[in-house]
Design a binder for this molecule. Structure first.
Ligand SMILES: [Zn+2]
Length: 395
């Protein structure tokens, strides 16, 4: 039974860690004022967290010294499962990726193959410093239930059906594991680690990659919805040209607005621009070639219609564009803004800030790290007090 005193201390610890997460280094007096916690309690909690090497003091002898996260002391082991590969990374509490690598994956992989590949990669990261691991976070393409740790389905992994992945990896690795959809994880990376965005409570995240990914945060929490489908725009109908989609239907928004769709449309109209090997080349074509610009304009009209409706319901602090080379978003943003403005007839699009999130490669890894940290910070840390590292997630 956890006492009221312990609960208060856990709450204070979470508030202090979260405030430093949002604001960066703070003095103890500032922490007391911002968190509404007595200075004596702040001093006591900070002392505990410094002792556990979670926080550090710029000058331990000086009562006015700022308190900051101690880098490279504690790590989350993160993995991101994409259609052709798994990216692994060891990420510290400040969001710095310490070590990362990729392992190729076959779409025919069985559930056992997937668990084995995940555990081999995570195991090699864990072996680097076994007593410095806080937990494991795995970002997955497709439909995921975080609470039960179930990977329900993914278009690119036909063998995956209601797979109890969290339980399987927890059993093998012997430590707590958190699963999340990769778009929701990427959204969380931005709002957890980007100082410009830590104030956001409501956000829409959009990525234009091989498909169109999106996710929502409502009232400060990732919002999966009743069936884990909230914010899934990628397979909404957005045209009538009969374009086949990877989901087996036709005319989904990603057949008009994903990077491969933009590239195909531009090269069909302007074959001389071939080969357009990557997002930067497509962005350059959109900026310089009027035909390519017109194709992008029509694609953003379709996207703006769907996104505008979503934004009207969510009323976000910000719309985030991520998981892609920022140059592509910079090329598309003027026409996307224009079409959002047209949707919001009674309300200026000035009320809809759109931010481009720069880190495309590690966003899902950093997002899983932020999600694991959020759980760790909120957990009743009596285990942390009693027997030190590694402390455990509350599942
Ligand atoms: Zn589709």
């Amino acid at each position: 039974m956890i006492s009221d005193k312990t609960k208060t201390r856990d709450r204070n610890r979470y508030a202090i860690l979260r405030e430093i997460q949002k604001q960066g280094p703070l003095r103890r007096t500032e922490l007391s004022r911002r968190c509404g916690i007595r200075i004596s309690s702040v001093v006591s909690v900070v002392e505990e967290l410094v002792e556990k090497r979670f926080l550090k003091l710029a000058d331990p002898e000086h009562p006015r010294a700022a308190v900051a996260y101690a880098g490279r002391e504690w790590f989350v082991l993160a993995a991101s499962v994409a259609p052709q590969e798994i990216t692994f990374g060891r990420v510290d509490v400040a969001g710095q990726v310490d070590h990362s690598f990729c392992v190729a994956l076959s779409p025919e992989s069985s559930p056992d193959d997937l668990v084995n590949t995940l555990c081999d990669g995570l195991g090699s990261l864990h072996a680097m410093q076994p007593d410095r691991t806080l937990g494991i976070g795995i970002a997955l393409t497709g439909i995921v239930t975080r609470a039960g740790g179930i990977w329900h389905s993914a278009i690119h992994f036909p063998a995956v059906h209601d797979m109890p992945l969290m339980e399987a990896v927890t059993r093998r690795m012997g430590m707590p594991v958190l699963l999340e959809n990769d778009a929701r994880a990427s959204l969380w990376a931005a709002v957890w680690f980007d100082p410009r965005l830590t104030h956001c409570r409501h956000a829409i995240y959009l990525s234009l990659c091989g498909g169109v990914g999106s996710a929502l945060m409502i009232d400060g929490r990732p919002h999966p919805g009743a069936h884990q489908w909230a914010g899934e725009l990628g397979h909404m109908r957005a045209g009538s040209e009969g374009r086949p989609c990877s989901c087996g239907k036709a005319n989904c928004i990603e057949t008009y607005c994903s990077l491969p769709a933009l590239r195909t449309d531009i090269l069909r109209a302007e074959p001389g621009l071939s080969p357009l090997p990557d997002a930067a080349a497509v962005a350059e074509a959109i900026r310089r070639n009027p035909v390519a610009a017109n194709i992008a304009e029509r694609a953003m009209e379709r996207l703006g219609t769907l996104l505008g409706t979503l934004a009207a319901y969510v009323d976000p602090d910000v719309i985030l564009l991520g998981n892609q080379d920022p140059q592509l978003y910079e090329a598309l943003l003027p026409s996307l803004r224009l079409h959002l403005q047209r949707q919001f007839q009674g309300r200026g699009a000035m009320n809809l800030p759109i931010e481009i999130v720069p880190d495309a490669i590690h966003a899902p890894l950093c997002g899983m790290t932020g999600l694991v940290l959020n759980e760790v910070f909120q957990a009743s840390l009596s285990s942390f007090n009693d027997h030190g590292s590694p402390f455990t997630l509350a599942h």
